[in-house]
Design a protein around this ligand. Structure first.
Ligand code: SF4
Length: 239
């Protein structure tokens, strides 16, 4: 068995175990490449794992296009969308301005709290486990990423079935299985997030270099992923 076949077998086994032993479980998809691999594995095996995305109201059109691509490719499957509370968004914008997240880390974190963290809490409520597309090789801060982790912040188990995959493995899978993917990846975006907070990176740059690029690297997190009670950096959004 070649390396990619083994990775696929291991990740499929993890997903099957989640569906059988941790139901109800949900997969938080940012509609990026890794998330499409997981979407393909879940839907082709008809596993009982719900798929949702956080529709922050600030996503790229290319990212929103993914919803239709998934529906077309997977027999009408519709990814569930969780949106921020309109009154919270309106109050933030009225008080601070639409793009106040550029002004300070605090303003940025408050925008992420309203548009991502609160909706994520609603999406995860009532589930035993959640699944993400995080990979260990995405950054040094993920060197300790495990396939299975205790998410004490949300009081459930968190699975990262692609923890052992490389970026090359992800793209080989996408090509070999004809999986639809976000057009932004062909425009220099290795990481997919909100449009005003994500930009293309140069070849060789850190994959996170295009996220919240105006901030000190130490402040780059949005509160979605926590390990042992500490915030860790995220790849996308859902990340
Ligand atoms: S990534 Fe930017 S636009 Fe999206 S929720 Fe965070 S601060 Fe707001």
């Amino acid at each position: 068995m070649d390396n990619l076949s083994k990775l696929i077998a291991d990740s499929s086994a993890t997903l099957s175990r989640i569906a059988s032993d941790f139901s109800p479980a949900v997969f938080a998809s940012s509609l990026a490449a890794e998330d499409m691999v997981l979407t393909d594995l879940i839907l082709k095996s008809k596993l009982d794992i719900g798929i949702f995305s956080l529709e922050t109201g600030r996503l790229h059109p290319e990212t929103l296009d993914m919803l239709g691509k998934v529906k077309d490719h997977y027999d009408g499957y519709e990814i569930a969308l969780y949106k921020p509370q309109p009154e919270a968004v309106d109050a933030y914008v009225a008080q601070n301005g639409l793009n106040a997240f550029y002004d300070s880390v605090e303003m940025r974190r408050e925008c992420c709290r309203i548009r991502k963290v609160e909706p994520l809490g609603r999406a995860l409520a009532g589930n035993k486990a959640w699944v993400t597309g995080q990979r260990r090789a995405q950054s040094t801060t993920r060197a300790e990423l495990h396939v299975q982790e205790d998410d004490t912040a949300h009081g459930m188990v968190k699975f990262n079935p692609l923890a052992d995959w490389s970026e090359e493995d992800v793209w080989n899978y996408i090509r070999e299985h004809n999986v639809p993917y976000n057009a932004l990846h062909d425009q220099g975006f290795p990481s997919i997030g909100c449009a005003p907070c994500t930009r293309a990176v140069q070849p060789g740059e850190d994959v996170r270099a295009g996220r919240w690029w105006w901030e000190n690297p130490d402040s780059k997190e949005c509160g979605l992923h926590m390990v042992d009670g500490k915030l860790i950096r995220i790849k996308s959004v859902v990340a």
